[in-house]
Design a protein around this ligand. Structure first.
Ligand SMILES: NC(=O)c1ccc[n+]([C@@H]2O[C@H](COP(=O)([O-])OP(=O)(O)OC[C@H]3O[C@@H](n4cnc5c(N)ncnc54)[C@H](OP(=O)(O)O)[C@@H]3O)[C@@H](O)[C@H]2O)c1
Length: 256
């Protein structure tokens, strides 16, 4: 079988939350696989540095600052992508936040903010992309979920809820948009080597590391490249008959 189906040559991808972390690595990965890429985050300098790195390696990339909790900003992101590169084939919804708190202490502000970014931001970008993907004849939408959608992690109530919402959004969009050849899938990382912003205090302590070791059959955190390859697969024609899936990338945690 030809490996051409795994290539993103000639495709155009928008990757949200790509100024740093997993999103930045995914943006670099899809560019290396051949796509022209739009990088974005609220921090303009980080988004631009990601695009500069891709261009420095011979790829095609531009950046745009945006807050994905604003539906108009999501529309503007997609419109800019199409204006610059002529189409949008791949949308990777990845921009997310985590606000650890005991369940009894979670506030309305924390719940609102988490849902507006982690769920709203994914939906508004997907809706804006659909408006172009349908007349184009299709596309692939990939959402960075988490195994926190499948396992109830303590002290992460608002985050867990938001990622469950992402999984159901994936299934619903896949069902509604399947006939339009728009595929919608999620991958669900476990604890990665890269620690999400603002979660350091929660994550880096011996009790958490022991919890990860005990619950992960592979007995380690995930490496960033181990989600990049999955994102490329789901974005590419190699997964052309896969839609509505949520795929754990967690060393077997969800198999326990
Ligand atoms: N790291 C892990 O172990 C892990 C595990 C499972 C799932 N995930 C998921 O993977 C995704 C990326 O996580 P990460 O670890 O790479 O996090 P990160 O290092 O904190 O990066 C998050 C990215 O999203 C951007 N962002 C946050 N809020 C935004 C908003 N309102 N509008 C636009 N951009 C926004 C951030 O930039 P600005 O702050 O400048 O906007 C940054 O570029 C998230 O969806 C997360 O839930 C991560």
């Amino acid at each position: 079988m030809s490996l051409a189906r795994f290539s993103l040559d000639g495709k155009v991808a928008l990757v949200t939350g790509s100024g740093r972390g997993l999103g930045r690595a995914i943006a670099k990965g899809v560019a290396d696989a051949g796509a022209a890429v739009v990088t974005t985050s609220r921090t303009a300098a980080e988004a631009e540095s990601a695009a500069t790195e891709i261009r420095g390696d011979g790829g095609r990339a531009i950046s745009m600052a945006a807050d994905v909790s604003d539906p108009a900003a999501c529309t503007a992101l997609v419109e800019r992508t199409v204006a610059e590169f002529g189409r949008i084939d791949v949308l990777i919804c990845n921009a997310g936040i985590i606000l650890p708190a005991l369940a009894e202490d979670a506030t309305q502000q924390e719940l609102d903010q988490t849902l507006r970014i982690n769920v709203g931001g994914y939906l508004y970008c997907a809706q804006a992309a659909e408006r172009h993907m349908t007349p184009q004849g299709g596309g692939s939408i990939v959402m960075t979920s988490s195994n926190a959608s499948l396992v109830a992690f303590p002290e992460l109530l608002t985050y867990n809820i938001s990622k469950s919402g992402v999984d159901m959004m994936v299934r619903t969009l896949a069902v509604e948009w399947g006939e339009r050849n728009i595929r919608v899938n999620a991958f669900n990382p476990g604890y990665m080597d890269h620690i999400m912003s603002r979660s350091e205090g929660y994550e880096r302590n011996p009790a958490v590391e022991e919890m990860i070791r005990r619950n992960t059959p592979m007995r380690r955190r995930g490496r960033v490249e181990e989600v990049v390859s999955v994102a490329i697969f789901l974005a590419s024609d190699a997964s052309s008959f896969i839609t509505g899936t949520v795929l754990p990338v967690d060393g077997g945690w969800c198999a326990l």
